[in-house]
Design a protein around this ligand. Structure first.
Ligand code: AKB
Length: 318
């Protein structure tokens, strides 16, 4: 089998911070290249700076390092995109288009995350089906739906082996939370360990699909390693684990630590209101055997443990 050499874009983000070490463990540090807008400095593999809006930079990196596979994570999340729609579109859709063009020229295999943001207010909110109405009202969601269709187009027309998942809210501890909406959960967990107080920008009963990062990383690599003929969905697979509200998360945290939460919904509530409450991911389960393992109880326990360890290390380093 030809050697696989993997480029990860957006390596410094929440997911990149977990995916890069997982890929290094699996494929060896000599076969992984980490990249972000600023060159990452924290990985044992080679790192480079890539501005995803500059196709010539992507092309040069792919040529220089003989890249065969790209995990394209670079993006601007929902709230950040809503604050700067032009930038959101340029990074989220433009960046993907640049990656797909380089993939076409160089026969690369590509992973790109779509999101539950691809759905909108007219989508059935409970147990949202794989194939359903996609009429998002955020610029982030519009870029995700357009991106999904572009992935399918590049697969059908040019044979680019591009695979995608509609990520729910991802909860991890190694990287910093981005400018998203489901990221309230990570801020709340951090607040429980620091001040014990949190002002939540969503209403307490906002039910959203969520997932612990270890499930995300495993599912993402499993999708990429599945035989091509098992991948029947070339837009993006529904990808699900659990759903909970801010209030349910607060109650679970309170089993371990004291936290008082005030609810002060802002513009991010409007974004959350257009997203599903729960997702039907039976296509992913049937086609490439997706199976989540973390429930809310396990997620909170491990997040508090890991964030607590980091906080102690930071205090010792001061
Ligand atoms: C966000 O809230 O913007 C992201 C997402 C669900 O895509 N976490």
């Amino acid at each position: 089998m030809p050697k696989e050499i993997i480029l990860v874009t957006g390596s410094s983000g929440l997911i990149g911070n977990e995916l890069v070490p997982a890929l290094i463990k699996k494929y060896g540090q000599e076969n992984v290249i980490a990249s972000d807008l600023n060159e990452p400095t924290n990985y044992s593999c080679k790192s480079v700076a890539i501005d995803i809006t500059r196709p010539e930079v992507i092309s040069k990196t792919v040529g220089d390092y003989h890249i065969t596979t790209v995990y394209h994570l670079a993006g601007l999340l929902s709230a950040g995109s809503e604050e700067n729609p032009d930038l959101g579109w340029r990074i989220n859709f433009g960046g993907l288009k640049n990656i797909l063009d380089v993939a076409k020229e160089n026969k690369l295999k590509v992973f790109w995350p779509s999101s539950i943001a691809a759905f909108g207010p007219t989508t059935p909110q409970k147990n949202t089906p794989q194939h359903t109405i996609l009429e998002p009202t955020t610029i982030y969601g519009i870029a995700k739906v357009s991106g999904e269709l572009m992935c399918q187009y590049y697969f059908n027309k040019y044979g680019v082996d591009v695979r995608s998942l509609r990520y729910p809210g991802i909860i991890g501890w190694r990287g910093k939370a981005g400018a998203g909406t489901t990221e309230y959960s990570i801020h709340m967990l951090n607040a429980a360990l620091s001040s014990g107080k949190y002002d939540c920008f969503l209403k307490k009963d906002t039910l959203l699909p969520m997932m612990y990062i270890d499930d995300t990383i495993r599912g993402t690599i499993e999708l990429m390693e599945a035989p091509a003929d098992k991948i029947k969905v070339r837009t993006a697979y529904n990808f699900s684990a659990i759903s909970f509200t801010p209030e349910q998360l607060t109650k679970e945290i309170q089993k371990h630590l004291e936290i008082s939460v005030k609810y002060e919904p802002d513009f991010r509530q409007k974004i959350a209101d257009t997203w599903p409450e729960s997702i039907d991911d039976s296509a992913a389960r049937a086609d490439w055997h997706w199976q989540p393992t973390y429930d809310l109880e396990k997620l909170v326990e491990i997040m508090l443990k890991q964030l607590g360890t980091i906080a102690k290390q930071e205090v010792r380093a001061q």
